[in-house]
Design a binder for this molecule. Sequence first.
Ligand code: HEM
Length: 421
Amino acid sequence: MGLDDEIRERFKDRADKLAEDVSNLFGQVADKTAPRLFAFMRDHKPIISTKALTVVALAEDVKEVLGDPQRFTAGLYGPKMQAVTGPFILGVDDTPLYHHDHAAMDRAVRREDMQPLGDAMLGYARELVSEAGESIDVVSELADPALIRSIDAYFGTPGPDAQTQARWARDIFWELFINVNNLAETRERALQDAALWRTHLDGLIDVRKAAIGAGEDVPDDVLTRLLRLQDDGEPKFFDIAIRHNILGNIVGWIPTVSNSLARAVNVLLEREDELRGAQAAARDGDRALVGQYVWEALRFSPQNFALLRLCPQDAVIAAGTDRETTVKAGSTIFAGTLSAMHDERAIADPEDFRIDRPWSDYMLFGHGLHTCYGQQIVRHQLPALMTALLEGRPITRARGDDGDLKFEGPFPSGLTVRFDG
Ligand code: HEM
């Protein structure tokens, strides 16, 4: 055993503990500490940079980092995505592969699907709310089952069962985007799930392909569309790329929307006037206005407080300003999107809850090349979920612990509300 291995072995437990702490930073700890840390940074030290880690807090600098995939790459995600299934757009930067895969996916996920996806979500959520009776857990009884139903119908690739699909998606999301310090246990869990999910998806792809080949009646879902494109010019995916892209998008879908719904409900429950306003909008059937409440609530409690980038070569941020900083090659960058959305240099009255903000005030879906692919889906589905929850009787927190927003690792795992009156 070499000296490096010996040192690694000796400090493994401590390193794992540290990695776990950092992981938790993304969940409940981050909710309490990140806003304060970022407020301090914006006032006193907008860029903190060490050899290993750089944090940027101002909207202008966050946009500079996220807007320049040449200097600030998605290189932290790429190898992890490769290990999970294969290349995926968020793991490759401005390359022919990125543009090919984006365009191929766009041939199957179409603009005209968005409104029906929102309408269908409203229907699923209404059923769940009416089945729930006097109270509902917004994670396990509303967001998760409604999302699973929507994804199964739209993509055509159900998991072995709903719980397993949701668990796989969360475990893999954790490894790709939150396991910054590469805790072995988190990685192993994700790789085991991914192996099962790959085989499962390969099976679904084979069955559907055979059905199409035999001229059977098949649903017009994303899986069928992607397979039909194989005989219909460019850009198209081979089977294995269909697998990468379906897996990658489901990982981007369940944990994020479920997380965001729980957070938005939690914020509204803390704000009596806004909750009343959102309920009135839902009862009027004004989903656009319900959406304004949701985005604004998430500006205070977004599902991610920062996005990660890697700096492959020394690079200067905020050149020519008094905060100009050279970031060292190899540094991991936390681009503080939460902070950018509270930067008074960039947006008006950042600490006020306002429902008249322009969309450009929000960085919930990132910025630049890697801006969320599913943004339009979310802009239809989240307001629909919230509308179904709010359009009936007034809601309040359930009594006791059930009424608190709870976490399992970095993900909201429960928040029960009661229907009053
Ligand atoms: C509330 C829900 C969601 C939130 C808050 C969210 C947030 C984000 C953010 C912040 C990014 C940028 C990541 C980065 O730059 O490092 C992103 C990228 C992405 N998201 Fe989402 N997302 C959501 C839902 C979805 C859904 C429903 C899908 C798929 C149907 C999806 C698929 C993707 C993909 C494929 C990318 C990478 C895009 C690219 O590299 O060009 N997301 N998302």
